[in-house]
Write a protein that binds this ligand. Structure first.
Ligand SMILES: Cc1cc2nc3c(=O)[nH]c(=O)nc-3n(C[C@H](O)[C@H](O)[C@H](O)COP(=O)(O)OP(=O)(O)OC[C@H]3O[C@@H](n4cnc5c(N)ncnc54)[C@H](O)[C@@H]3O)c2cc1C
Length: 141
């Protein structure tokens, strides 16, 4: 499928944030899944590059996904030069996504400083998940 680039910005050293519109999705992507992206207009590199998404924005129509990636080699270098409003050839979402295993402590990395408030947002997210699923206590997950 072709997906429109809403932005593709350098955020820190070799790290980029890519925002894409995802059209015609019957099934929304789930956390932990990834897309295979064609990173060339030729056959070099031939293979698609897998990238996960770190945020899904469902209240937009079409829905949007945000990806964080590091420029490593040919494919991601090509990707980092793709301007806003152009299209990307995506396949996916692939993978089973994350599963809930239950934990009494979690560690969150904020190395790239994209969202320093993420810890608080994760706590709120867990609380709302518990409420929605009528789970009384965190330890019962
Ligand atoms: C399921 C999945 C999800 C992924 N999600 C993300 C994501 O969300 N964000 C992200 O930044 N990356 C992610 N990756 C890694 C990403 O796919 C690779 O960095 C990318 O394919 C590199 O392509 P390239 O053409 O730029 O580099 P290549 O030309 O393929 O590689 C250049 C050189 O770097 C080495 N190299 C390649 N990948 C890595 C690596 N990851 N670490 C260290 N050395 C490497 C190669 O061996 C080679 O020597 C994911 C990978 C998988 C399998």
């Amino acid at each position: 499928m072709l997906s429109r680039i809403l932005s593709n910005q350098n955020i820190f050293h070799h790290y980029y944030k890519l925002v894409l519109e995802i059209e015609g999705e019957e099934v929304s992507p789930r956390p932990g899944q990834f897309y295979s992206i064609r990173c060339s207009e030729t056959t070099d590199p031939l293979l698609r590059r897998p990238l996960s998404f770190h945020r899904l924005i469902r209240d937009k129509d079409p829905i949007q996904i945000e990806m964080l990636y590091r420029v490593i080699g040919k494919g991601t270098k090509w990707l980092s030069k793709r301007p806003k409003s152009t299209s990307l050839d995506l396949m996916g979402p692939f993978g089973n996504g994350f599963f809930i295993a239950g934990a009494s402590a979690i560690q969150i990395g904020t190395f790239n400083f994209v969202n320093p408030k993420i810890t608080l947002e994760v706590i709120k997210g867990i609380e709302s998940y518990l409420t929605q699923n009528r789970i009384e206590k965190f330890v019962k997950l």
